[in-house]
Ligand binder design. Structure first.
Ligand code: SAM
Length: 602
């Protein structure tokens, strides 16, 4: 089911109740023909290019649209007329729209449509009737969702019968103001027998209670769920031929182009601006109201607006921004090709979910007709001067409002500048204190640096001294004929005099090796024990030892004391005691010789 688009569409269509018939509630159509359409058409006839526009949202298979078309054509009469009739029929269901567009109905309609109407407005084909081409030509059908898509505009009539009953009160809140927005002044809204405008009775006046016909009240449309499309105007189904066959595979592109054409044909000109009045998007034919003036390029709407519109435009936008509600200016003056025209300006603030910025849709509504100034209020019996004064007063009021808006804008800018200035000042103070801290830190670093330099000098002096001392020590050790060895606590050789190298068999590479690992030329089997004993007991040990040639030595082991009086190993000294006995006998020998000499002299 999920993968079967056709089945899903069929289920969707089944859920929508498409029950309808021709001239459903005949009294409504009678009232329209008798009371409302004649006045509407009469008023329209005064226009230079008269056009009557109607919309039937939720039109199902089109019977209501064609019933309305028939009523209008009957009211117009058989005489040729300049009046352009345009009726839009829209529905959520695609299949019923296809049916409406074809306009083919079974002969069961005979019970609802009179034989005269069948004859005039239908073509009989076997057991079916097709709406006559002339009637079909004035009816345009499209798929449209009244709860999500934007409405049509500049309408004289909206017939939304038996649709609202299927929608929740929440959705009514979107639809009713939308209908108010879409109707021109003096337009009518027709609802079904069980429906009403509900809470929005200030927007519409009930003019036919029995038939639920409402007249648009001259009040500003409230801001409701945006009139901006939530997913674009889906008008791809205008004209069956456009989406079936060759165009079907073009999908989205076709839809977008069709949307654009529809919007440019039926939607009023508008621009989307940001809070700074910069145009972000142009919609429809805005060239009538905006122009580029020589000088640097700008997207500022007020600068782009035709000079006569600028004041009203600025004031309306400013009001909308200030109140965060739609603002409207009726009968704003604009000069087009030398003629004075009046238009309505509407500024609608809105937000989009993806951004927290606020935007405005500024709509230029041409509903007010072009008027030649001299023709204007003659009916009111005013003199030309009075008219001029009135006109100037109006312009002055608009200029005042615009000036006020500029002053407020200026004040707001000033406030912003003030607060920015305060922020800058406080940042400046913070920077200053940081600077002071940095200065102190710098001074501290400088003195530390000086101390380090002194220390460095001391160390290099010490180093020199040490080098000198080491040199002296090395020389001393080298000149001593006595074998001396220094070991640390781990009994590794630290230093040895050249004479010790022979006695203890120490090579220069043996410095750093344990003495006990070397094989000394003297015979000391318990050398390790002696060394440990000395280090532990801090006492001096002495013993007689002989080398491999039988020469006798006295081995003296003393603890090694550091300058701070710690024991850090031991010092071994080897004294040749064989040489001592030789020296003793030569002394004896010298003494004997002397004694002999003394005896001889006596
Ligand atoms: C009972 S029919 C009414 C037909 C006709 N207006 C009449 O009174 O005879 C209701 C129609 O409203 C359509 N509908 C329901 N919700 C809609 C919506 N949100 N937008 C447009 N049409 C809708 C349905 O598809 C259905 O065709």
């Amino acid at each position: 089911m999920r993968d079967n688009k056709k089945e899903i569409q069929a289920l969707f269509d089944d859920l929508l109740i498409n029950v309808t018939r021709f001239f459903r509630d005949e009294a409504v159509f009678r009232a329209l023909k008798k009371r409302f359409l004649p006045t509407l058409l009469k008023n329209k006839r005064k226009d230079r290019q008269p056009e009557l526009r109607a919309w039937v949202p939720g039109c199902a298979s089109g019977e209501e649209v064609y019933s309305l078309a028939i009523c209008i054509l009957e009211t117009l009469g058989r005489k040729p007329s300049k009046m352009r009739i345009q009726i839009f029929g829209t529905d959520l269901s695609e299949s019923v729209i296809e049916h409406a567009r074809l306009g083919i109905y079974s002969n069961a309609i005979e019970k609802d449509v009179s034989p005269a109407r069948l004859k005039r407005f239908f073509v009989k084909r076997d057991s079916t009737y097709q709406i006559h081409r002339n009637v079909r030509d004035i009816c345009t059908f499209a798929r449209q969702n009244i709860t999500a898509d934007p409405p049509f505009s500049r309408l004289d009539l909206i017939s939304c019968r038996n649709v609202l009953i299927y929608l929740s009160p929440e959705l009514h809140k979107r639809c009713i103001p939308q209908f108010h927005y879409a109707l021109t002044a003096g337009g009518y809204l027709i609802l079904g027998p069980a429906e009403s405008v509900g809470l929005y009775d200030e927007l519409f006046k009930l003019v036919d209670k029995k038939n639920k016909i409402y007249a648009k009240a001259a009040v500003t449309t409230p801001r409701t769920a945006d009139l901006i499309p939530q997913r674009g105007l889906e008008l791809s189904h205008f004209g069956t031929r456009s989406t079936v066959g060759a165009g079907a595979h073009l999908g989205g592109d076709l839809l977008k182009v069709a949307d654009r054409i529809m919007l440019s044909a039926y939607a009023p000109a508008a621009v989307v601006i940001d809070q700074d009045m910069h145009v972000q998007q142009f919609r429809g034919r805005t060239d009538l109201f905006l122009e580029h003036t020589p000088g640097p390029a700008t997207f500022n709407l007020v600068q782009l607006a035709r000079p006569t519109l600028a004041a009203d435009l600025r004031a309306t936008i400013h009001r909308a921004i200030k109140t965060d509600k739609p603002a409207r200016k009726e009968r704003a003056k604009v000069k087009l090709s030398g003629r004075s025209n009046e238009i309505n300006i509407q500024a609608v603030p809105f937000r989009i979910p993806a951004s927290d910025k606020s935007w405005l849709l500024v709509i230029f509504d041409e509903t007010t007709k072009a008027t030649k100034p001299e023709k204007l209020p003659r009916a009111l019996g005013k003199t030309a001067t009075e008219r001029e004064v009135g006109e100037l007063r109006r312009e002055l009021a608009a200029a005042k409002e615009s000036l006020q808006a500029i002053i407020e804008e200026q004040e707001a800018t000033n406030e912003e500048l003030k607060s920015s200035n305060e922020e800058i000042e406080s940042s400046n103070e913070e920077l200053q204190s940081t600077n002071e801290e940095l200065e102190t830190a710098k001074e501290e670093l400088q003195s530390t640096n000086e101390e380090l330099t002194t220390l460095n000098e001391e160390l290099s002096n010490r180093n020199l001294e040490m080098m000198q001392l080491t040199g002296e020590l090395n020389n001393l050790l080298a000149s001593i004929q006595m074998p001396i060895v220094m070991v640390d606590n781990a009994l590794t050789v630290r230093r040895a005099t050249p004479a010790a190298r022979t006695a203890f068999n120490i090579l220069p590479t043996d410095i750093g090796r344990p003495l006990t690992e070397l094989r000394p030329n003297i015979d000391v089997p318990d050398l390790e024990n002696v060394l440990r004993e000395v280090i532990e007991t801090l006492g001096t040990r002495e013993r007689k030892v002989t080398d491999q040639t039988g020469r006798k030595y006295s081995l003296r082991v003393r603890p090694y004391r550091t300058t701070d009086n710690k024991i850090d190993g031991a010092v071994l000294t080897l004294i040749d005691i064989d040489g001592d006995s030789d020296r003793g006998s030569s002394k004896k020998r010298k003494r004997g010789a002397r004694e002999k000499q003394e005896v001889t002299t006596e």
